[in-house]
Design a protein around this ligand. Structure first.
Ligand code: NAP
Length: 450
């Protein structure tokens, strides 16, 4: 590509990454490797880095959460600055960023839940999985959740790994949650919960689930849980038989369901039921959830099912939140793009890129974001010489933030918070315990300033 005329003289180049989750931090690493920028600022709405690694990966999966150590490397780099507690689109606009940086890479991920669009979805006790996950991981913006005092039965809609996380966290013995990073008020609430049954509802069959094998095996290995699977649900079509003959992953999952359907019940205090070929048509109750109506999705004569339930959790996929100043496709919940270049009204927005779930939708494991980020960084580096010059000088936006009374959280601030969380964890014989409210975060950081 031709060098833009206004780029002829050598000027320091700078980039902004918006979102310090795995997508943004893999993009940061790829941009640093390209060695094309003098300075990169990383903006993050939460007070802490790592996005879904901190506020999504279940607290009882500490090995996965430890990916944060790898992700931290970019943020520790001399040419990189972390600005937490700054929401782009609210505290600072995309235009502010475009005028101050040559390149803006947006990676704010997926923050909300898809809807079922059925009656009763708004009743108290009907939640999106992201709300429950935000609560049990200690996200500062999580709505406080009060589990119903008479909770006996929870129903989780969806057959993906988020559904397994939710079912596992709700049923797991609280003694195994105490040593985790979970905020203590959440462990206390889970310890007090009176749940006996969790129903996981899949709208398709055992050969179409999105679960992955280690996560499913983990459910089968839980202490004090009986698993309930109806063998009639496991009758496969010729197409499904072909799928499991050809696809090892599906074969392993179906064999596991078969083994569960044959396991004798041990009279465990809690049960996880797996239902296939069922979809909800209504959540019932007047003010709060009392039940759910499930119809059969294949024609095998099985009757509809009315389940009494006090809690319904939709684990049917996350959706992105619109970033003011950027295009958004409401159908997919993503930002339209081509090779990571943001497309607005059919035209490339020069210097603006998107990566991660907000680019490709909510699929794949954490490492999928690395290949995604490498592709986007390749687009950035290919475009650099032909980009129009940024509209303003590289002003230090931390001054602009201070003038708007936004307390940006620096990397050193985060290290203080991290040290505090480690100390709290040690005091409780647990992993570092996440500080879940912004007020305490700011107090901890301020104490460190003394
Ligand atoms: P997912 O894997 O896409 O699963 C969503 C599930 O919801 C599917 O079973 C889907 O069924 C179902 N669904 C969608 N719309 C529905 C509707 N209207 N009614 C009923 N069911 C509906 O999504 P996820 O569980 O949110 O996970 C997102 C990504 O994060 C995945 O890549 C996942 O593997 C990853 N993740 C990984 C871990 C881990 O590795 N431990 C933990 C959590 C998440 P259909 O297939 O029929 O559409």
């Amino acid at each position: 590509m031709a060098t833009h005329p206004a780029r002829a003289q050598s000027v320091p180049r700078c980039a902004a990454v918006v979102g310090a989750g795995p997508a943004g931090l893999y993009a940061l690493a790829a941009l640093l490797k390209g060695d094309a920028f003098d300075h990169i600022d990383v903006f993050e709405a939460a007070p802490a880095p790592y996005g879904l690694v901190r506020y999504g990966v279940a607290p009882d999966h500490p090995k996965t959460r430890n990916i944060s150590r790898v992700l931290a490397r970019g943020l520790e780099h001399d040419q990189v600055r972390f600005l937490g507690n700054v929401t782009v689109g609210e505290d600072i606009s995309i235009d502010d960023l475009r005028s101050a940086y040559d390149v803006v890479v947006v990676s704010t991920g997926m923050l909300g839940d898809r809807s079922l669009n059925i009656p009763g979805e708004d009743l108290s006790g009907s939640l999106g999985a992201s709300e429950l996950v935000a609560w049990y991981t200690g996200h500062p913006e999580a709505k406080p959740i009060e589990l119903p005092a008479d909770l006996r039965t929870a129903t989780v809609i969806g057959a993906g790994n988020v559904a397994l996380d939710v079912a596992r966290i709700l049923t797991k013995h609280p003694s195994s949650l105490r040593p985790t990073s979970m905020p203590r008020h959440v462990v206390d609430a889970l310890e007090a919960n009176t749940l006996t049954d969790v129903h996981i509802v899949a709208r398709r069959g055992p050969a179409q689930v999105k679960f992955t094998s280690p996560e499913l095996h983990e459910i089968g290995d839980l202490d004090d849980i009986d698993l309930v699977v109806d063998p009639a649900d496991l009758v496969l079509s010729p197409d499904d038989e072909r799928t499991i003959a050809e696809d090892r992953r599906t074969r392993v999952l179906v064999e596991l369901f078969r083994e569960w359907s044959e396991r004798p019940l041990r009279g465990a205090p809690r049960r996880i039921h797996l239902h296939f070929w069922r979809r909800p048509t209504a959540i019932t109750g007047t003010q709060r959830v009392r039940g759910i109506e499930l119809v059969r999705t294949r024609d095998d004569g099985a009757p509809p099912l009315s389940l009494p339930t006090e809690l319904v959790i939709r684990a049917i996929g996350y959706r992105g939140r619109e970033v003011p100043g950027l295009p958004f496709d409401p159908d997919t919940g993503t930002i339209p793009s081509s090779d990571g270049r943001v497309i607005a009204d059919g035209e490339v927005m020069p210097g603006v890129y998107v990566t991660g779930w907000l680019r490709r939708g909510p699929t794949g494991v954490i490492a999928t974001n690395r290949s995604d980020a490498n592709e986007v960084a390749a687009s950035v580096l290919a475009d650099l010489d032909s980009l129009p010059p940024r509209t303003g000088p590289h002003t230090d936006l931390s001054e602009l933030l201070a003038s708007r009374e936004i307390r940006a959280i620096s990397w050193d601030d985060w290290l203080r918070l991290e040290a505090h969380e480690k100390a709290e964890g040690q005091a409780h014989g647990a992993d570092p315990i996440v500080v879940h409210d912004l007020k305490t975060v700011l107090e901890v950081i301020a104490r460190g300033d003394e």
